[in-house]
Design a binder for this molecule. Structure first.
Ligand SMILES: [Zn+2]
Ligand SMILES: [Zn+2]
Length: 168
């Protein structure tokens, strides 16, 4: 996803990119294309980019191990400057310093990074995923089992020590 900035006139320019996720280095979970809508505002000493990223893929639920589809829709900003002092109030991680000789901006790496940052630490097929039974392994989203409930659920095991501490 490349934008030619040589001889770009001042003002706002729009771009639309659609690329296979693998082209920008996303892993095979991202089975569908990445589309990015870019608005680039060229000023005398800076270029301000806002990007809207859409993609989706197939993921494995951390709790029940089922496959599920997940969409990602996110926005990001990047300021391109030739000298950091021209960046003004912009956050450091939203600044890219260009060389005077740079003719082309490649946004692949930024798009990839922002998509990866958007993956939650715990990937769940749904907010209230019931998970697997710790005893018999049944997927409790699809069926119930007859195992005694107290000790089996991994969520309860995680919380228990805290409860004991607060009582004493
Ligand atoms: Zn799940
Ligand atoms: Zn069970």
């Amino acid at each position: 996803m490349k934008i030619n900035i040589s001889n770009l006139s001042e003002g706002i320019h729009d771009y639309q990119f659609d690329e296979p996720s693998s082209e920008i280095g996303l892993d095979e979970r991202f089975s569908n294309a990445v589309s990015v809508q870019v608005k680039l505002e060229k000023r005398r000493r800076q270029l301000f980019l806002t990007g809207h990223i859409e993609t989706s893929g197939k993921f494995v639920c951390d709790r029940c191990l089922d496959n599920f589809d997940r969409r990602f829709s996110l926005d990001y900003r990047m300021a391109y400057v030739y000298d950091e002092s021209d960046a003004g109030e912009v956050d450091r991680d939203e600044i890219t310093v260009l060389k005077m000789s740079t003719n082309v901006i490649n946004i692949d790496e930024d798009v990839k990074e922002y998509v990866l940052l958007a993956i939650p630490l715990k990937l769940l097929c749904k907010e209230d995923c019931a998970g697997l039974c710790g005893k018999c392994g049944e997927n409790l989203n699809h069926a119930s089992c007859n195992c005694p409930k107290e000790e089996t659920d991994s969520e309860i095991i995680e919380i228990k020590p805290k409860r004991i501490l607060s009582k004493n």
